[in-house]
Design a protein around this ligand. Structure first.
Ligand code: ADP
Ligand code: MG
Length: 206
């Protein structure tokens, strides 16, 4: 029998991951919008802990938005997913380890699962279930921001306020994107001089 040109009935997991402000949510919304244009049934979830911009929407720092459902636990996704063909999850790092099993079950049922979340916390440590999701996913996309000190590609999140707990919900006032050279795991540091952008040794293609 000839192999099919398209894998009918096969689900998969896509992970979009990187530091804060790297465009994870923008990319998630872009993928979900395209699925919607193709009249696929799309359902989006985020942890109820994240109500920075809206309770019933996934919203990017650049104000792109997509209607979503806030849930307390990853298992709640299974209760509400219905017959969705495409399942989006944002801020995956705030869910428990069971998000991996939930995503696997959804993909095994034949659904496309698109998960966005932070790969590292502000100390540079792997964050919640995201690293394990990256291990089992079919596709992993690493997004990069722009370092707020030098303009180089940034894959770290600098915490700007001195709080020791891992989860501290905030945006520009609390965090900024930094490259590995200008990132510091200590939450607070004196104002660093910002280099003029034309002097940058830009080598990344991102
Ligand atoms: P994430 O979900 O990864 O935190 P978003 O998709 O919500 O990112 O937001 C990406 C947007 O953040 C960019 O399009 C830009 O408007 C804004 N932004 C703010 N600071 C930066 C930065 N240092 N580098 C890149 N984008 C930034
Ligand atoms: Mg986001």
């Amino acid at each position: 029998m000839m192999p099919r040109a398209f894998p009918v009935g096969t689900g998969w997991i896509e992970v979009v991951t990187g530091c804060m402000f790297s465009g994870k949510t923008e990319e998630l919304i872009r993928r979900l919008n395209r699925a919607t244009y193709a009249t696929q049934r799309v359902c989006v979830f985020k942890p109820s802990i994240d109500v920075r911009y809206a309770e019933a929407e996934v919203v990017s720092h650049s104000a792109h938005r997509f209607v979503s459902r806030a849930v307390d636990h990853a298992a709640d996704i299974l209760k509400h997913v219905g017959n969705a063909q495409v399942v989006g999850v944002d801020e995956a790092q705030f869910f428990g380890a069971d998000l991996v099993e939930v995503a696997e079950q959804l993909a095994n049922e034949g659904r496309r699962v698109v998960v966005a979340g932070l790969d590292q916390d502000y100390k540079g440590q792997p964050f919640g279930p995201v690293p394990n999701l990256m291990a089992v996913a079919e596709y992993v996309t690493k997004t990069l921001a722009v370092c707020m000190v030098c303009g180089a590609p940034a894959n770290r999140t600098q915490r700007l306020v001195r709080r020791e707990r891992q989860v501290l919900i905030g945006a520009q006032e609390t965090y900024e994107a930094r490259c590995r050279l200008h990132w510091n795991p200590e939450p607070f540091e004196p104002q660093q001089q910002r280099l003029p952008l034309p002097n940058l040794p830009l080598t990344s293609t991102h």
